[in-house]
Structures are given as C-alpha cells and as structure tokens.
Design a protein around this ligand. Structure first.
Ligand code: GLC
Ligand code: CA
Length: 558
C-alpha cells in the first residue's frame, strides 16, 4: 500500500474556544493556536484538528454555522487562519478543520431565505432544508409531524409560522438539518469545501456524518433515531464527497459516525473506501451507564465501569482495520466528560490513573488523537451552580431531569459527571487567576484546580503526566506502534487491562490495573524474559500485586 503523509499522524484536538486567548476577550482564538504551536510540537503531535472556526451565533459553540466562508470574529480573521496554516506547515505540522455538513445555523442566509415566503429565492432555498406539515389529530388539534427526539433532548421539529410548517433539527432548534437529497445544496457545500482545500487545509473531521440521510416517509417513533441516523443512503453522499474532493486532494478525512456498526466500518474507512480514512465511533466511551436510573437516564446515568466492554471494543475495532485500514485511538473529545474523571480518579489517584489511561491507550496500534488538556490530566468541572454551564444541551436536559422528578442536587450532579462542558473549560497553562488562558474572566469558568493542574507545573516535574505523554508519543514514533501487533490478555477480566505488543524494535507487555481497588493478577508466563521499562509508581515493583491504577510497561530483554 502506498504510504500517505497521515500514516504517521499524531493528532491533537484543539477546542478553539478554550485553548488560548491572545486578545483578552475571554475567548480562545486562532492566534492562540499559533502561539502554542511549539508547545504542541514539543508534545510530539504533528496534526491539529481545530473545532469549528466559522462565523456562527454560537448556539452550539460553532457547530451552528452562519457563514462557511468567514472566520468567526470570536476567533480572528481569515488572515490569521492563513497564517496558522503557513506556520504549521513550516513546522512540519498539518491542520484539519471541522466540517459541519448536516445542518447550518438558522441564521445562515440559506435558512433565512428558506423560512421567509417573501424572499425572492424562497423556493430554491426552502428545499435546502427539511419541512413537514403538522399532524392533525382526531380531535382536530394540530401537533408535531412525529415524536422523534433530538440528540439534545426535546422534539426535532420547530414550527415556522410564516410557512405554517415545521422544520427538522436533530440537534438544537437553531440548527436546521440540510436536505442532502437536493443536488444544488450538495454542489454549494462542495464548492465551499474546495475553497478551504485551496486555502491549504490538510484534511477535515466530518461532523455528524451518519445523519445526512433521513427517512422521508417520516414514520412515527420515539425517540425514532433509526429514522434519521445511519440510513444506508448517507454513504452515497459521503462517497460523492470522497471521489470528487477528498481523494483527489490527498486529504486526511476523519469521519464522526457515532454507533457505526462493524459491517459499515470498512465502507467508511477501509483502505479501499472513498469516504473517510479514519472513523470515530465512540463504542468504548459510554460503558458505565445505569439503565435503572430513570431520573437522569441515558448517557447521564452513571454506573459501574464495564472494563471488558472497553477492552473488547478496542480489540474488535483494531481487528476490523488490521491490514485493511487504520484504527483511530482516542479516549474522548469535546462531547464526553474528561477521561481522568470518567474512567480514572480525579482526586487521590489523579496522576497515577491519568498515566495508566495513557499507557493503555497510546501503546495500542492505530492513529491517536489527544484531546487538549488530557496531557496534563485536566478534570471535570468543579461548578456548583447551573449558571456556570454553557452548553445548549445542558439546559434542555436539566429541565428533563427535574420533570422526571430529580432534585436539583441530583440533576446538577448528573451534569457535573456527564455534561459536555466538562471537557470545554479553559486550558490550564499556569496557576494565575485565569490560568494564563486569558487576562480576563473567560467565556466559561476556569477549573479551580488550575492551582496545581497546569502546564507550567507539569513541565517542571519530570514525573508529570505531561512528561509521560511526551515520552509515550516519542516511543510511538521510535517503535512504529501504529503498525505494531497487539494481543489482548483476558478480555473478560473486570480489573486488568493487559496486552502484549510486538513493535518495530522490541516486544512489550502493558499490564495495568484499571480500577481503584488492589488486585493480584496472574502475570504472563514468560515475564522473566522482560524487565520493567516504565511504571506509574515511584519505583518498579515486579510482583503479581497491583496497587490502585498501577500500570507497568515491560520490555523484552535482548
Ligand atoms: C457532533 C459534534 C457536537 C455537535 C454535534 C452537532 O456530534 O461533535 O459537538 O454538537 O455534532 O453539530
Ligand atoms: Ca480571544
């Protein structure tokens, strides 16, 4: 297989709004990313995925695009963006942007024309979106076309008085879904994508890619997601983009398709696929649910971490892509809680558990995506008030919890455990008032633990999480871990995360206790041939006794 530039990619996701503010308006910006390129390079990453930078009313932090051709004034100018690309390229780094194709903002000129019957191009643009008449009940009352539930909670339909019809929005009501069956609409989006390619971006992360097609019979269903997600025809649209734009321009395309099936995997991102190069599917991200929780249900219900599910998921996806594509390695992104709070311990064992999570993830084959702040073990929020949250999803869901009968304390706790804002707080650069993210109070509160969790602290401490990330990412390159062979050990064990790795120069064992209890485990029978190469404990201990979250990397003696 022909070698592509991105086969060596180590990706870092920058949540632009929260990374670094250079003009002191409390909002992260493009110049902030430029300022931190050397930091990122020294961490060992070479590819940045930048969350949406387009003009937007920011109902969903930029996933609601008002003008695809304009940089949001919150983030800078097109000149800043060009400079980012230029500077990154000079340093041998690549820039991926977020491509939001499922919907626009309701403030996008297309939707304005679509929803205004007096607009001269009304008919043309109306069909860029998805409209439906209300349903008339037997008693004559008019109601929503279907009971489908949006990914942010609440109905997917919003009434438009001027048209006396409803439009579909599977996310917030300020994000009307585009009609991908409309060829003119598709052509307009394709011109836009080409425009950014010509400007020099090296690839895209395709947002919400599996939702592009809808069931136009609009059958009844609650929540009804099978009618607006992962319908076979969305692959046709992605292929069209792939054949016409992605492949000819040698771009790296990462597709977000939550819940993608094993059957679809190679269709999305196999070596022969025309759609993506890498797939993000989230199977391992929500394995600590509690189906009995009726007050804060679904992803909001926190239960025991089912480690076998995490391991089996990695094993499954690595196997699917073995020799047929590339597996994507990530603990989380801007839509899940912070990993050290979620699967580790953000208090007593924060440092140890964050390193354990790094050892296990970053020594597996595949192409990694580090999420900003993960490299210093940033945690979930320390908020005490609903008003400190910012995410549009939070407010609908909080209302739902209260309606379900949850107390405000229980509802708030669910947010503190699960809300997307957990992973969106300002990057903690040092312990100053606003963590050197900004000189002014930022758009979302800084976590109080910036006093001890920050880049500066971690830089000075040899044993820090940051320095662990640096050394692991370096090891990945030296040992070509992307292409290594992995054998998982005892996938069903609820405590241990054990695997053997055949890398370019050495064989390794990664042996980790994923849980907060002490355990005794059976070590591999040939462990005598290996020695401890790295550990998250103060000194190496080669016994079958594992402390909470203890993790060891063994390397085969020559
Ligand atoms: C994706 C994004 C998420 C956004 C949604 C709608 O899931 O990751 O942040 O809210 O799409 O664009
Ligand atoms: Ca700013």
């Amino acid at each position: 297989m022909q070698k592509k530039w991105w086969h060596d990619a180590i990706i870092y996701q920058v949540y632009l709004r929260s990374f670094k503010d250079t003009n002191n308006d409390g909002i992260g910006d493009i110049n902030g990313v430029i300022e931190k390129l050397d930091y990122l390079k020294s961490l060992g990453v070479n590819t940045l995925w930048i969350s949406p930078h387009y003009d937007s009313p920011m109902d969903d932090n930029g996933y609601d695009v008002r003008d695809f051709y304009k940089v949001s004034e919150d983030y800078g100018t097109i000149e800043d963006f060009k400079r980012l690309i230029e500077k990154a390229h000079q340093k041998g780094m690549y820039i991926l942007t977020d491509l939001v194709l499922n919907h626009t903002s309701d403030e996008h000129p297309w939707f304005k024309a679509a929803s205004d019957p007096t607009h001269k191009d009304h008919a043309l643009y109306k069909d860029f979106y998805i409209w439906h008449d209300g349903k008339i009940l037997e008693n004559g009352e008019k109601t929503l076309p279907t009971q489908w539930v949006s990914w942010f909670g609440g109905p997917v339909w919003e009434y438009n008085e001027a048209l006396d019809q409803y439009y579909l929005h599977i996310f917030s009501k300020k994000m009307p879904d585009l009609n991908w069956r409309n060829k003119t609409m598709r052509e307009s989006l394709k011109s836009m994508i080409k425009w950014w390619v010509d400007l020099g971006v090296d690839g895209f992360r395709v947002d919400a890619s599996n939702h592009l097609e809808k069931n136009w019979d609009f059958p009844e269903g609650k929540p009804g997601q099978e009618h607006f997600s992962s319908l076979p025809k969305h692959h046709e649209y992605l292929e069209e983009l792939g054949e016409e734009i992605f492949k000819p321009n040698d771009l790296l395309i990462i597709g977000e398709a939550g819940g993608a099936s094993k059957e679809e995997a190679l269709q999305y991102a196999g070596n022969q696929s025309n759609e993506f190069n890498l797939l993000i599917q989230f199977e391992h991200c929500w394995v600590d649910g509690d189906e009995h929780n009726e007050l804060t249900p679904g992803k909001w219900a926190k239960g025991e971490i089912a480690l076998p599910k995490i391991k089996n998921s990695f094993a499954k996806w690595i196997e699917i892509f073995k020799d047929k594509g590339f597996h994507t390695l990530y603990w989380h992104n801007h839509d899940q809680p912070r990993i050290v709070s979620h699967y580790g311990d953000d208090e007593k064992y924060r440092k140890r558990s964050a390193k354990m999570l790094a050892y296990t993830l970053y020594l597996m084959p595949g192409i990694p995506i580090v999420y900003y702040g993960e490299e210093i073990g940033m945690t979930n929020v320390d908020y005490h008030d609903l008003e400190q949250f910012r995410d549009v999803e939070v407010f609908t869901e909080y209302k739902n919890f209260i309606e379900n009968g949850a107390s405000s304390a229980i509802a708030l706790q669910a947010l503190k455990d699960r809300a997307r804002d957990n992973a969106r707080t300002p990057m903690q650069w040092d312990d100053s008032k606003f963590a050197d993210f900004s000189d002014v109070s930022p758009w979302i509160d800084v976590n109080g633990n910036k006093d001890f969790i920050n880049v500066l602290n971690d830089t000075l401490d040899e044993t820090s999480i940051l320095n662990t990330y640096k050394s692991l990412l370096k090891l990945r390159k030296e040992e070509d871990i992307i292409h290594s062979d992995i054998t998982f050990i005892d996938l069903e064990d609820p405590h241990t995360f054990f695997f053997k790795l055949k890398a370019k120069h050495h064989d390794y064992y990664v042996l980790a206790n994923f849980k907060s209890c002490v355990i005794t485990a059976t070590l591999p029978s040939d462990i005598e041939d290996y020695e401890i190469y790295k550990t998250n404990m103060e000194s190496p201990i080669n016994t079958n006794y594992f402390n909470p979250y203890e993790a060891r990397i063994y390397r085969k003696k020559k």
